[in-house]
Design a protein around this ligand. Sequence first.
Ligand SMILES: C[S@@+](CC[C@H](N)C(=O)[O-])C[C@H]1O[C@@H](n2cnc3c(N)ncnc32)[C@H](O)[C@@H]1O
Length: 353
Amino acid sequence: MTEAPPPHKRRVRYAGRNPRRYEEKYKELDPARHADEVQKVMQRGQTPAGMHRPICVPEILGILSPQPGEVGLDATLGFGGHAQELLPHLLPGGRLFAIDVDPLELPRTETRLRGLGFDEGMLTVRRMNFARLAELLPEAGGGFDVVLADLGVSSMQIDNPTRGFSFKVDGPLDLRLDPGSGPSASELLLAITRPALRELLIDNADEPHAVALAAALQGQYLQTTTELAAKVRACVGAVLPRKLPETEAQLEIRKALQRTFQALRIAVNDEFGALEQFLQALPTCLKRGGRVAILSFHSGEDRRVKKAFQTGERSGLYARVADAFIRPSFDEQRANPRSSSAKLRWAVRSDVV
Ligand SMILES: C[S@@+](CC[C@H](N)C(=O)[O-])C[C@H]1O[C@@H](n2cnc3c(N)ncnc32)[C@H](O)[C@@H]1O
């Protein structure tokens, strides 16, 4: 019996020269067939849909100095851009463990990396939270020579409207890296108390309008990113001084939107809790002389990384730590504006204690 041909799929149509909506970007979402389109998007300083551009790659390779035969951990695999750069340096003989909490992107990344020739002997992919990195130790031979953590969210997660990470596109108000774990942002707003929401906005995003926003958002049943964005716009618009020029008011509203979404994302994913557990376990998971590099994207993350490294240095667990953070080069920030808030810190495990 002959199989029925697959149903014909109409090409996605869009207005204008370039597709604007995520689902219209079918070429970017199929980079294997449309490599030229992907290049064009990157030349415009944008990140192609369904991809993530790794940040500070030369700086990270310089800091981590991965060597053949060594064992590495990419604690935030994402699209696998950093993993793909690290792996060739660990070969022959070495191995990379690569983990991520995201059950939707992880299989795609694993398939992509396997397609590039990284087999199970060189690359072990696991869905797990980096807070639990010590669980990998028996398999990793007792410790890692190099560890990388590139905190926060990937471009695939931000750009995909169905994940609800961005106030710029309409989607479910979710914000979970693992949609199967814990309450969504929508559920959190419904259940949280007003003082707890105020604290959350201050602790996670230094939100100056936290009092007004907590009053406007707490207990609300908001199902979509657009509904939340409209509430934030109305609330912040109402508390800004009347004399403020329109452009400044719009800028302040935009910043409040970014901070509110960031604060809720950090909360629903317990990002600070996971980072603190990771930083605490790290020295015992690094081999003597092992190197770690961490990319952070806002002050709450960088503060925690800096403090943990300094405490580790004082107690002798780290031999050396970065005395200042490293920024992506000017050229990288221009080519990839999403890199502009990144801060890179490093530490080297003592080979004595
Ligand atoms: C900025 S992206 C990493 C991008 C990656 N370096 C690349 O080159 O494609 C951050 C990734 O970390 C993951 N992530 C965030 N918190 C995590 C955690 N606690 N444990 C494991 N993965 C986490 C996110 O799901 C996301 O895929």
